[in-house]
Ligand binder design. Structure first.
Ligand code: SF4
Length: 436
């Protein structure tokens, strides 16, 4: 008896990826198999993204492709909040759910393709199904967001902050570590707000009471003995407390902290969390406590009303802040976002010009920061072994978004291995090294 077969497409950010992993884990536990092609699948689940208009289009196209090739499609994810739009283009989809609706998706799969009992297919690895390589994993600690940044529609799609109790998160973290994961990437919409909705509820973990809050989580995860990387942290004062844990080597000296702008008027127009903080001072203080800290950030240029002077203030901020890794977007309106109603939208050619000037300034800074690491002995984690050698990442590099460390000739290394290397060359993004 063959098991019912599910095709799966996962679009969007790491938070959506974690939802996909949970859905797949449940489906595998219920005896479904996962098909790499639409044609062999009995039904296809599409986990969509709705962050910007391009992502919406990609999601709608993927649904169309799945319908054309397979015909039986369940849609979930952020774009699911806009069911009318999906049904207007693709009326024949079987079901539409919003983001984070794991049980609803699984129930809908059961309804349209009932599971068959087979004791072998329900044998699951304890860490569940992962879409990432075996040696790293994303760990989602909360869902939703209490902020209302004017350019973002995530809260309307994913709702307000809902944190997972800390003991539940730690059980998952430990399971992943026991299964051989070497690096955990902590994700959420606002990691620094973790536990606020639960009033920092205390829970028992390894015989002691710890609170459901950012610091306690960082400290508890620091005891796992693997790399722990914090994403989507906002510059609230309490973030300062975790920097000593980075200096002690308990968690990675790495902060992914989306500043979005440097000018206080624009930050207020954006309604950014912690908009009134003096970020430059904060960065200085962090580097004093933890000189090796890597700072990654993202910015938006050409936000409605941004003057040339305010943009230049942003360039000055880059010079002062000396951030290691930076992503930048030209502002683009997202359907349903409050910022669309702001006056003085910036003409496209000015936006693109500012984006180019921003990137030019930052790539010099990033290149300079990487040059300073030549001669360092650093620990790296091997991601891939190819014909020419090993491809690894340093503590400063998150998968997919940051740089790589190439170790020419080191084909004997194993994926997921930590090795010590000496950095010998750098460009503005990647490093080259040999085994130390
Ligand atoms: S903090 Fe702002 S940008 Fe981030 S998810 Fe919340 S509303 Fe959106």
């Amino acid at each position: 008896m063959t098991a019912p077969n599910i095709g799966f497409i996962s679009l969007g950010c790491p938070k959506a990826l974690v939802d996909s992993e949970r859905i797949l884990t449940k489906l595998r536990a219920d005896g479904y198999t996962i098909s790499p092609t639409y044609k062999d699948a009995d039904l296809v689940v599409v986990n969509t993204c709705g962050f910007i208009d391009a992502a919406v289009e990609e999601s709608l196209d993927s649904i169309g492709e799945a319908l054309a090739e397979n015909g039986r499609v369940i849609v979930t994810g952020c774009l699911g909040a806009r069911e009318d739009e999906i049904r207007a283009r693709h009326p024949q989809v079987l079901k539409v759910t919003g983001a984070h609706a794991i049980d609803e998706v699984v129930a809908s799969v059961h309804e349209h393709l009932p599971p068959r009992h087979d004791p072998f297919t329900s044998l699951l690895p304890p860490q569940g199904i992962k879409l990432t390589p075996n040696h790293y994993a994303y760990l989602k600690i909360s869902e939703g967001c209490n902020h209302r940044c004017t350019f973002c529609i995530i809260p309307s799609m994913r709702g307000d902050l809902v944190s997972r109790p800390i003991d539940e998160v730690m059980v998952e973290a430990m399971r992943l570590a026991d299964a051989g994961v070497k690096e955990l990437l902590v994700v959420s919409q606002d990691t620094s707000a973790y536990g606020l909705d639960l009033k920092y509820q205390p829970r028992f973990w390894r015989g002691r009471s710890i609170q459901t809050r950012f610091y306690d989580l960082a400290e508890a995860m620091g005891d796992l003995g693997i790399w722990v990387r914090m994403h989507y942290v906002y510059p609230y004062p309490h973030v300062d407390d975790v920097i000593p844990l980075m200096a002690e080597g308990k968690i990675l000296p790495y902060l992914d902290i989306p500043f979005q702008h440097a000018n206080s008027r624009i930050l207020k127009l954006m309604k950014r969390p912690a908009a009134s903080q003096n970020n430059l001072e904060r960065i200085r203080a962090w580097r004093e406590v933890c000189p090796d800290i890597t700072l990654r950030s993202t910015f938006i240029v050409g936000f409605p009303g941004e003057t040339e002077q305010e943009f230049e203030e942003l360039l000055d901020f880059l010079d002062e802040a000396q951030l290691d890794r930076v992503g930048c977007f030209a502002y683009s309106p997202v359907k349903g976002a409050v910022a669309n109603d702001l006056p003085d939208s910036i003409p496209e050619e000015i936006k693109q010009d500012r984006l180019a000037r921003f990137m030019e300034r930052q790539s010099e800074i990033s290149a300079g920061r990487l040059q300073q690491r030549i001669g360092n002995i650093e620990t790296v984690l091997v991601d891939e072994v190819v014909e020419e050698g090993a491809v690894a990442r340093s503590q400063s590099d998150a998968p997919e978004i940051d740089g790589l460390v190439f170790i020419d000739g080191a084909t004997h290394l194993k994926v997921g291995e930590f090795v010590s290397v000496e950095i010998e060359e750098a460009d503005e993004h990647d490093l080259w090294a040999h085994l130390a």
